[in-house]
Design a protein around this ligand. Structure first.
Ligand code: ATP
Ligand code: MG
Length: 414
């Protein structure tokens, strides 16, 4: 498998911003179209998705309506000069079928009653021709700001689990944490197994009857809506929804950064927590998750090769301008009185250990055999650590839990 070849590095440049706006124009006159095209070429804020020379005023225009529905542009700019009546009806129709799309009117006439009519039919901006660069930029910025605000309000938390070295427990911890969030904390939670083949999450959760996987969903990124998503997720008895990985080994599929961003953004809008079990290679897909994650849990075991990789990963991720506490180190299979002390670990990785999860092989295996992360013995240190961790993520203590002693198994620092 060739994960490394697709790996993205900061030197090769960042992906287009998630905040980039897509624009469709309708019936725009040649000069304005030319002008807007040339403005957009120099603005990273937006790009042109399509230029239609049709109003969507009549029944026979439904083919263009479908086209716009597929494209889901963030903004439609409608020229009101060719036919004011049809332009208004077009705006009304777009407002009806594309509820998330902002509509701009463009016109050389700026009489107040024309502006009012355009606003009534759903336009949020009235661009006076000839359209100026600043005028367009300000209107785009307003849409961008509204979209960001909305996203932040509706946005669930994206938690990424990345094994510093294969086999340190990213899958185990991600499924345990996700199942705790779903059942003990009653949070709408989705687990995504990002492995391009042979994913373990479905096996650990005994989810054998699934037809589709994450990469099938990714191929349909342009068709995402909540009904469509429901056909892809599998429900675990804990209430956790899962998007499994492909379980074969044939030709792993690739998802481009912008499609990954769209999917993750969409999933965040559907769940309170989206937990992603990444695989241990910094491919384009994994980097997209890390970029967008609210928190990245870098999982290592207390042994030299894994810790050395933690230091390398931290150094690599330090090149991006992530908030300081976004990437957190989790020491899994931790043993009190182990060969390497916590102080030695922290010195080696030059960062505090965020969380310690005890080494309890029998408990982990029992959970795997039962296909249920919540079947870990309630009195075990493992259960205590995971319960406490989950509660710290939601800011809510689960009923009947007793607060864990600091410094035992649990929170230490960022
Ligand atoms: N806290 C723990 N105590 C004891 N054993 C553990 C613990 N966490 C994980 N394990 C065991 O470690 C092994 C590897 O775990 P897991 O598959 O979760 O690692 P991974 O990082 O996802 O691996 P990969 O790189 O293959 O995806 C499994 O056999 C699991 O049962
Ligand atoms: Mg794994």
């Amino acid at each position: 498998m060739d994960h490394e070849r697709k790996a993205r590095t900061p030197e090769r440049g960042r992906a287009p911003s998630v905040d980039s706006l897509s624009i469709a124009t309708l019936c725009l006159d040649t000069d304005s179209a030319e002008q807007i095209r040339s403005f957009l070429e120099s603005m990273p804020l937006a790009q042109l998705a399509t230029e239609l020379q049709h109003y969507l005023a009549d029944e026979q225009d439904s083919v263009f309506v479908d086209r716009l529905k597929d494209l889901k542009p963030d903004i439609c700019i409608i020229d009101f000069d060719r036919d004011r009546e049809k332009a208004s009806r077009t705006a009304e129709r777009i407002r009806e079928v594309l509820t998330e799309t902002a509509i701009f009117a463009a016109s050389s006439k700026s009489q107040p009653d024309f502006i009012i009519r355009a606003m009534r039919s759903g336009c949020s901006e009235y661009l006076a021709k000839p359209v100026g660069r600043d005028q367009l930029l300000e209107a785009l910025a307003r849409v961008g700001a509204r979209r960001k605000e909305k996203r932040e309000l509706a946005s669930g938390q994206l938690l990424a689990f990345l094994s510093a070295k294969g086999g340190t427990g990213a899958t185990t911890l991600s499924i345990h944490l996700a199942a705790h969030l779903a059942r003990n904390q009653g949070r709408r939670t989705l687990l995504v197994d990002l492995h391009p083949d042979l994913g373990d999450a479905a096996i650990f959760l005994a989810l054998t009857r699934h037809q589709y996987h994450f990469y099938d969903l990714a191929e349909n990124a342009h068709r995402l809506d909540s009904d469509f998503l429901q056909g892809f997720v599998v429900r675990h008895p804990s209430g956790l929804d899962v998007l499994p990985a492909p379980d074969g080994v044939d030709s792993p599929r690739h998802v481009a950064t912008d499609a990954m961003q769209r999917i993750l953004e969409f999933l965040r809008g559907q769940y309170e927590f989206v937990v992603v079990d990444c695989f241990p290679a910094l491919t384009e897909e994994v980097m997209a998750v890390i970029d967008m994650a609210d928190q990245v849990f870098l999982v290592a075991t207390p042994e030299i090769p894994a810790l050395r990789n933690v230091a390398r990963h931290l150094e690599f991720m330090g090149r991006f301008d992530y908030p300081r506490d976004k990437v957190r180190v989790v020491i899994n299979r931790h043993m009190k009185g182990g060969a390497i002390t916590d102080a030695q670990i922290e010195k080696a990785i030059r960062k505090n250990i965020y969380w310690k999860v005890p080494n309890q092989y029998n408990e982990v295996i029992r959970a795997i055999n039962n296909g249920d992360p919540l079947s870990v013995s309630p009195k075990s240190d493992l259960m205590a650590s995971l319960t406490e961790w989950t509660a710290s993520l939601t800011g809510k203590q689960p009923q009947g839990s007793k607060k864990q002693e600091k410094g035992m198994f649990g929170f230490l620092g960022g």
